[in-house]
Design a protein around this ligand. Structure first.
Ligand SMILES: Cc1ncc(COP(=O)(O)O)c(C=O)c1O
Length: 415
């Protein structure tokens, strides 16, 4: 039976129960524009709704559940850990935290690791390191990109290159200079204008609709950082840990960052962020200068160590790339049929810009069809399937999009 048919019988119950909607409206601060689906569970690449229906998840918590929901290896590791020790202050040593730091270091720049609880905290750590490092030189600004997203705390919001997100909270921190990705003149100008403490960028601008930053621009930023005693920092919160067909997206461009920030999928769905800090900056912070009560605690560490095992699976990155290519080919069919004018992709991180601004309507229609998609704007659909996605699942989403956006059920055979 086709998955859509198998789901259909259960699909008559409400997608959000009245009690949950009422409680949420009365007691939860309304900071999220929610989709009309109440989630009861998750298994592998699917979420299970209040209607009992299974939804193919191409959102993955925005690149959190990269190995699917409730991966048995992560579940088992956490189950075992919570029976021994749930929390332990960073006043004490724990072997798991040290081991996780070793494995993250080996995957990346050989650096030392600071652990927090989110992407924003990973970036806060990087920003504080960059600031303190130049303190004795009279300070220095931090260069970030227009259309970037680095988090919602005051410092990471200030780093974020989106005025509309900052406006209500002005004044933001004045240390950030925003440059357009790819604008080499703008980049040179900002380095010439005054002291730069660091350059901070996502290799792919995820929240802005999967916009790939030109590699030559990133290489030039790295060169300027070395020349000017600044730190070269990559935000791999969304792109990291296999998503882009390598442990980190920067590795696909042969870059050598001083700091890598990571979060989202790091602990398989448990909250964890980390800044991996290379030798040019690893002696900047001393005891008491930064910290986190829960950062690198035993339970999340156990989950993250299980994720490290999953990342080491043979052929994972090659499979991510080949599934990504399959997805890209299907998305290009939408260009051929006049529904899409641009396809962007790195590994299994992809987006399309639609000719007509129906992204949100398409997300709603996809949900009807048992598929969860994400719109980053009225024009743009983003695809973040689990790294474990099958060829059949990608085909199902490709077929849905073709039919929904073009009315064409099948690509002509002579293609
Ligand atoms: C690139 C990037 N950096 C930072 C963040 C912030 O992460 P968090 O929501 O865990 O604070 C996000 C979240 O979407 C992100 O995509």
């Amino acid at each position: 039976m086709a998955p859509q048919q198998a789901n259909h019988e259960a699909g008559s119950a409400p997608l959000v129960t009245a009690d949950t909607r009422a409680l949420d409206e009365q007691y939860v601060l309304p900071t999220y524009g929610r989709l009309p689906l109440e989630v009861m569970g998750g298994e592998g690449g699917e979420l299970i709704g209040a209607d009992g229906r299974r939804y193919l998840d191409f959102v993955t918590g925005l690149s959190v559940s990269n190995f699917g929901h409730c991966h048995p290896h992560v579940v088992e590791a956490v189950r075992e850990q919570v029976g021994r020790l749930i929390h332990c202050s960073n006043l004490f040593y724990t072997r798991g935290q040290a081991e996780l730091a070793r494995r993250l270091s080996a995957l990346s720049n050989g650096g030392k690791v600071f652990f927090g609880n989110s992407g924003a905290e990973a970036n806060e750590a990087a920003i504080k390191i960059a600031r303190k490092r130049v303190r004795d030189l009279g300070g220095g600004g931090i260069v970030t990109l227009e259309r970037s997203f680095h988090g919602r705390t005051m410092a990471t919001l200030s780093a974020t290159g989106q005025r509309e997100k900052q406006a209500a909270f002005a004044p933001t921190l004045e240390v950030f200079h925003h440059v357009t990705a790819g604008d080499l003149n703008g980049l040179h100008e900002v380095f010439q204008a005054g002291r730069v403490a660091a350059f901070l960028a996502e290799p792919v601008l995820g929240e802005s609709g999967v916009r790939l930053v030109p590699p030559d621009f990133l290489h030039e930023a790295q060169r300027l950082c070395l020349e000017n005693e600044a730190l070269f920092i990559v935000d791999e919160v969304q792109t990291g840990l296999g998503r882009c067909g390598a442990a980190f997206a920067y590795q696909r461009y042969d870059l050598e960052p001083d700091i890598i920030t990571v979060a989202k999928s790091l602990a398989g769905g448990f909250p964890m962020g980390a800044a991996i800090v290379g030798p040019r900056a690893w002696d900047v912070l001393g005891p008491g200068e930064h910290g986190s009560t829960f950062g690198g605690g035993p339970t999340v560490v156990a989950a993250a160590l299980a994720v490290m095992d999953l990342l080491e699976e043979d052929g994972l990155f090659e499979r991510v790339e080949s599934r990504g290519r399959q997805l890209e080919e299907l998305l290009f069919r939408l260009v051929e049929h006049g529904a899409v004018h641009e396809v962007r992709r790195l590994g299994l991180m992809a987006a399309v810009d639609l000719i007509t601004p129906v992204a949100r309507e398409t997300v709603a229609q996809a949900m009807e069809a048992g598929i969860l998609l994400n719109a980053t704007s009225p024009d743009t659909l983003r695809f973040l399937p689990p790294l474990t996605v099958t060829a059949e699942e990608i085909q199902r989403v490709g077929d849905f999009l073709l039919e929904e956006l073009t009315g064409v059920a099948e690509i002509p055979k002579e293609r």
